[in-house]
Design a protein around this ligand. Structure first.
Ligand code: NAD
Length: 303
C-alpha cells in the first residue's frame, strides 16, 4: 500500500525539499553519553566497570578497523575492553575453549567474536557457546528467541541501533508498513522481529524474492540491508517514507556507499540515513548499551 494520507510518514518533504538526515554520529553520541553516565553511576556505588572481551581471529583488514572503533568507543564511555587475538588457522576446539574461559570470568560481562570467521570454523557453534547473558551482539538463539517472543533481553546491535534512530524521528511507527531488503541472521531477520514488536506490518525480501521494487514502493519504512550498491532505486521510495540504509559497500573508486541511490531517495524521503555516518555508528552505540545492560543483569542475578 502506498503511504496512507493519515500515515505520519505521509508528511514528507514539500516538493523540491529534501528529506531530513538521520545523523547516526550525533544520535550515537547521545547514546554514548547516556551509557557513560550509567557506568559512572555504577562505578560510584563501588561496582566494577563493565568488561567486554572481543575475540579477533586472523588478520582481516575490515575487522581490524571495526574492532579498533569498538575499543575506542568503549574507552570513551568507561567500558574495560580487551581484544583477544587468535591465529587465523586456530582450531574450533581452541576457540570454543577460549569462549568457555571468558564465560567463566566474572570480570567479563560481554563477549563478542568478530565476524566474519574463516570458513574452516563453525560460526554457529561459536555463537551457541557464548553464555546468553554475555551475548552482547545479541546473536545467540536464546536472545533471538526472547525477541521473537516479545520479551527481548540482549538485542542484536544493528537492529537495536536502527530502532533508536527511528525513535529519534519522533514518528509513531505502530501500524506502518515496513519493508526490509535482506534476511540475514545478523541484520534482516532480527530487524523484522524488532519492527514487528514495534507494531509495524513487516515484509522481508531477499535474493529469491520477486517484486522487490513493489514491496519497497509501498513501504512507509525501508530498511536496506542487502550489501548491493544502488540496489534500491531512488524513485522506488514512496513520498515521505523513512529510509534506513544499512549497506556498506566499497566501490572500485574507493568510495563507501550504501544500498540506496541516496540523492534521488532523499528528494522523496521524509528522513534518510547517510553512508557513512548513519547506521554503522548506531551499531557500535548499541553494543555499548548491551555491555552495560549485561553487566547490570549479571549483578542482579548474583544479588
Ligand atoms: P548478508 O550477505 O549476510 O545478507 C544479505 C541479505 O541480502 C541476504 O538475505 C540476501 O538474500 C539479501 N540479498 C542479496 N541480494 C539481494 C537482492 N538483489 N535483492 C534482495 N535481497 C538481496 O549481509 P549482512 O551481514 O546482512 O549485511 C548486509 C549489508 O549491511 C552489508 O553491506 C554489510 O556490510 C552491511 N552491514 C552494516 C552494518 C552497520 O552497522 N551499518 C552492520 C551489519 C552489516
Amino acid at each position: 500500500m502506498p503511504i496512507a494520507e493519515s500515515s505520519p510518514a505521509a508528511s514528507g518533504p514539500a516538493e523540491g525539499a529534501l528529506g531530513r538526515i538521520l545523523d547516526g554520529r550525533s544520535i550515537a553520541a547521545h547514546v554514548r553519553e547516556r551509557v557513560a553516565a550509567g557506568i559512572a553511576r555504577r562505578v560510584s556505588t563501588g561496582r566494577n566497570a563493565p568488561g567486554l572481551a572481543v575475540i579477533l581471529v586472523g588478520k582481516d583488514a575490515a575487522s581490524e578497523v571495526y574492532v579498533r572503533n569498538k575499543g575506542r568507543a568503549c574507552d570513551e564511555v568507561g567500558i574495560d575492553s580487551t581484544v583477544i587475538r587468535m591465529a587465523g588457522d586456530i582450531g574450533q576446539a581452541r576457540l570454543l575453549a577460549e569462549v568457555a574461559r571468558l564465560n567463566g570470568d566474572p570480570r567479563v560481562h560481554g563477549i563478542l567474536v568478530q565476524s566474519p570467521l574463516s570458513p574452516h570454523l563453525d560460526a554457529n557453534a561459536v555463537i551457541d557457546a557464548i553464555d546468553p547473558a554475555k551475548d552482547v551482539d545479541g546473536f545467540h538463539p536464546w536472545n533471538l528467541g526472547r525477541l521473537a517472543q516479545r520479551r527481548p533481553v540482549l538485542r542484536s546491535c544493528t537492529p537495536k541501533g536502527i530502532m533508536t534512530m527511528l525513535a529519534h524521528t519522533g514518528l509513531p511507527i505502530r501500524g506502518l508498513d515496513a519493508t526490509i531488503v535482506g534476511a540475514s541472521n545478523h541484520v534482516g531477520r532480527p530487524m523484522g522481529l524488532e519492527l514487528l514488536l514495534a507494531g509495524c506490518t513487516v515484509t522481508t525480501v531477499h535474493k529469491f524474492s520477486r517484486g522487490t521494487e513493489e514491496h519497497v514502493r509501498r513501504a512507509d519504512i525501508v530498511i536496506a540491508a542487502a550489501g548491493r550498491p544502488g540496489l534500491i532505486r531512488g524513485d522506488w521510495i514512496a513520498e515521505g517514507a523513512v529510509v534506513i540504509d544499512v549497506g556498506i559497500n566499497r566501490l572500485d573508486d574507493g568510495r563507501l556507499v550504501g544500498d540506496v541511490e541516496f540523492d534521488k531517495a532523499r528528494s522523496r524521503a521524509s528522513w534518510i540515513t547517510p553512508v557513512p555516518g548513519g547506521v554503522g555508528q548506531m551499531t557500535v552505540a548499541a553494543l555499548l548499551e548491551n555491555t552495560l545492560q549485561a553487566a547490570e543483569l549479571q549483578d542482579s542475578a548474583q544479588a
